[in-house]
Design a protein around this ligand. Sequence first.
Ligand SMILES: [Fe+2]
Length: 180
Amino acid sequence: MENKSISELLSEQELSNDSSAQEVEGYTNESVIDLLKQSLNIHWEQTTALTAQAVHLDRWGYKKLAAVIKEDAEQEHEHAAINLARLEFFNQDYQPFVVNQPSWQRHNMVAIIQYNLDSVRKASLTERATIAAARAVGDEITANMMIPLLQGSEDGIALYESYLKLIEQMGLDNFLTLQV
Ligand SMILES: [Fe+2]
């Protein structure tokens, strides 16, 4: 093998690759990229909403619920970073970057839990669609990467559904007494 200088190697790479070093022809498609962006947006939304909720709940005295929500916020932050890393692998920008305003009313505990439930349901639909779209183009890595995110969303659905069920059965005041 002939010895080439680094500058020769770099200029050869520039000629053959331009800026899209990690784009692999036929490996991904618009819908996988679009779904990764949707998943990223949902996860940033969850990170901001849950981080704020954990602070509110702690301040209002519901320490146990605050701790659960804080842990969830941290998990969703990690999921956002996983989506970003995959978009980076495909050399894709993550725009448009849309984070909706929280829609619950301050101090309305049932509305907060319902908001979180709706959000994880939305996330799980996007994650399942991403897994299916990735497998359709033979991208097992994106599909596998999404499985822990889907697991997190399904755990979230079970958690927030169980809270609503408890509130229905024991009443909001009794539920909140358990969260102090
Ligand atoms: Fe997640």
